[in-house]
Write a protein that binds this ligand. Structure first.
Ligand code: IVH
Length: 674
């Protein structure tokens, strides 16, 4: 086989496994096997960069940025839909159609979720993805091909399954909807809030903004997904003539198709399905603003023509908005571990979509002022899927003059110290390192899974210990005494033993975890690992200047400034000294001492990506030779992920789980006699 052919086969194989993993959620090979394939491709491509093509799975991390989006003409107009809001509207639609059909024509239907994302138009030539565009005005869209390639479930080649016998059409244009899963949207906002960045208003706009990034690597960082639901054009193959079969056809080619689509034999079934959706919509992980009812017989549907831009053969049946009005009783300010003051609305309880809502986020004070929300206002509260309810805005017309403006806090409600706002940031901070509320939040974070991972230590314990004056900073947890703990309500022998054992065990955590646990702004587990890798120890890091830090690939001015500011603070210095005295690990490497040389016994490693000098086998032999263990997939039990060039899903997983990530040099250091 020629090298080119080899690379091609490898890409097909990798894409198939990506599909099994992301689209079907049923992988057929282990992560280790997948990684080996991916590494092999990276290896071949790095030896022969001239053979890299944009559709290579290695390019899913994002191609080079561009200056503008190129406009593209859609091959046929990308139509819109007429709206209906209830069963009566639906019956009226059916009657209007009836007049255009031979008497007594029976119709069956497909009911699909109406994905609240943004339309994408995907073109395949001879089975290869060649163009991905936004809808634009329906006639002209924007070319966002490199961005769409980063969507893991988008097929680069069809059929995705190399065993499939289905011939790809010469030319195929598919319509789908890109969206952001609700849980991912929440995660994204939570991390932005912690970093003092403006939070996103809703998943739809965030998905749209993510897809319209000029730098595709930015899109790659956003958790976009896609569902396909229509064939717009096909040449060179007969495609099914019913919508239900078309969906099956798209699925058989490897396109992501919603499992929530439903076949309905008549209009009553459609209405019943719509009713069930009312309850179902809050249980799914993407936003749906209604259902789309489509006549199953596509030839018949198409023959009905259009009204303006809306085809007669389908209709959108919208859910009632998940919005209610209620009274804003008060505003409570929460303080997070980084000191961000978060305004939280206390509402007159109101039922929205089957859930009683008592609180809603007001996001930040800029938002409050922009919307002119006042205490006592009647406000519109919106609950979108599982997203935290938020205040859309006040109903100004029903004000009676008793409403009071919401004051921007000038002092922290918990410690009464003055607050600050940084230029360019919307967040207001309490900067008092001794603020009791922040301290509780910081301890909570210090012990959390992604940081020091003291599982026996929860949020309530943190608050309780603080209230009893047993801790004043995170280092105090190492001086907790058994007798004191036994005095606390609900703390029996076993619980105290577990807690103390957990705390003791945390002393062996590697320095990158400790650095993460300190909760320095912008220093999450990935940045922490990078910093420890580069500086070797927290002490060396504490002496680094902004310039030193910025020398490191991946450390920008914001992170550098934040790190330097943190270590410049005297209280933080004292904290580090207390942690050192308690016996925590401030420098790499962390390893069990054995017979003079540092041994890796007891440590579990996973290897991913291409290491600079060692092959995977060599690295495995190296680790095992020093008493360590190598496993195929990253889990909570993994101590270290050894990551090289083009590390893939394992790196993501390691970061998610807070597993320490090291490079080959750090691995070698761990066993160096020193
Ligand atoms: S069919 C001509 N199916 O809703 C047929 N559209 O309000 C038109 N949408 O612009 C589209 N989910 O972006 C169809 N299952 C679905 C859909 C869907 C979401 C969007 C689509 C369209 C808008 C119309």
């Amino acid at each position: 086989m020629s090298l080119e052919e080899q690379i091609k086969q490898l890409r097909i194989e990798i894409d198939y496994h990506l599909y099994r993993y992301h689209t079907l959620d049923s992988p057929v090979i282990s992560d280790a096997e997948y990684d080996a394939l991916y590494r092999r491709l990276v290896e071949l491509e790095s030896e022969h960069p001239e053979l890299i093509t944009p559709d290579s799975p290695t390019q899913r991390a994002g191609a080079a940025p561009s200056d503008v989006f190129v406009k593209v003409n859609h091959p046929v107009p990308i139509l819109s839909l007429m709206n209906a809001f209830n069963a009566d509207d639906l019956r009226a639609w059916r009657m209007r159609i009836d007049r255009l059909l031979p008497e007594g024509t029976k119709l069956d239907y497909v009911v699909e979720p109406k994905f609240d994302g943004l339309t994408v138009v995907l073109t395949y030539r001879n089975g290869v993805f060649t163009l991905g565009a936004t809808r634009g005005d329906g006639t002209v869209g924007e070319d966002v091909t490199p961005n769409l390639r980063t969507v893991r479930t988008l097929p680069q080649r069809i059929p995705v399954d190399p065993q499939s016998k289905i011939p790809p059409p010469d030319y195929l244009v598919v319509r789908g909807e890109a969206y952001m899963p609700l849980d991912k949207f929440e995660e994204l906002n939570a991390s932005r809030a912690e970093a003092g960045e403006a939070i996103y208003m809703n998943p739809r706009n965030t998905a749209a903004g993510s897809l319209r990034q000029l730098d595709p690597s930015k899109t790659a960082e956003r958790p976009l997904r896609m569902y396909c639901y229509d064939v717009i054009l096909a040449d060179g193959t007969e495609i099914p003539t019913t919508q239900w079969e078309r969906l099956a056809y798209l699925k058989s080619l490897g396109f992501p198709v919603s499992p929530d689509n439903q076949y309905c034999a008549n209009l009553d079934e459609v209405i019943a399905a719509f009713g069930r959706w009312g309850a179902h919509r809050n249980q799914i992980n993407y936003e749906v603003d209604g259902v789309v009812v489509k006549i199953n017989d596509r030839e018949l549907a198409d023959s009905l023509g259009f009204v303006g831009k809306d085809p007669r053969g389908a209709i959108a049946l919208k859910f009632p908005a998940q919005e209610k009005t209620t009274r804003l009783l008060d505003v409570q300010v929460n303080v997070g571990r980084t000191g961000v003051l978060a305004p939280n609305a206390i509402l007159e309880p109101v039922e929205i979509g089957g859930v009683t809502v008592r609180n809603a986020t007001l996001h930040n004070y800029d938002e409050i002022e922009r919307k002119d929300i006042r205490i006592g206002d009647r406000v519109i509260v919106r609950r979108a899927g599982d997203v935290i309810p938020y205040i859309v805005g006040p109903i100004v017309d029903v004000r009676d003059g008793t409403e009071r403006p919401i004051e921007r806090p000038t002092r922290c409600p918990f410690c009464d110290e003055p607050v600050v706002q940084f230029p360019g940031e919307v967040a207001i901070y309490c900067e008092n390192a001794a603020c009791p509320e922040q301290l509780i939040r910081r301890v909570e974070y210090y012990v959390s899974r992604g940081a020091m991972d003291i599982t026996s230590f929860g949020a309530q314990t943190a608050a309780l210990l603080f209230q009893h004056g047993l801790i004043h900073d995170v280092a105090d947890i190492y001086t907790l005494r058994r007798d004191d703990l036994l005095q606390l309500e609900g703390f029996k022998d076993k619980k105290v033993d577990n807690l103390l054992a957990g705390i003791e065990a945390s002393k062996n955590q590697p320095p990158e975890r400790l650095l993460t646990a300190l909760g320095i702004r912008f220093v999450g587990s990935v940045v922490a690992a990078l910093l420890i890798q580069s500086f070797g120890s927290i002490d060396a890091l504490s002496a680094a200047s902004v310039d030193d830090l910025q020398q490191i690939e991946g450390i920008g001015p914001q992170i550098a400034a934040s790190v330097v500011a943190w270590f410049a603070n005297k209280q933080n210095h004292q904290l580090i000294e207390k942690l050192r005295a308690a016996g925590l690990n401030l420098s790499t490497p962390v390893a069990v001492e054995s017979q003079g040389a540092r041994s890796l016994s007891g440590l579990i490693f996973v290897i991913t990506g291409t290491l600079p000098t060692m092959s995977r086998d060599a690295a495995t032999a190296f680790i095992e030779g020093h008493g360590g263990k190598v496993t195929g997939s990253v889990s909570k039990k993994t101590d270290y992920l050894v990551a090289g060039e083009a590390a893939g899903s394992k790196l993501v997983k390691a970061n998610d789980l807070g597993v320490a990530v090291i490079d080959e040099a750090a691995l070698r250091d761990m066993v160096a006699v020193g």
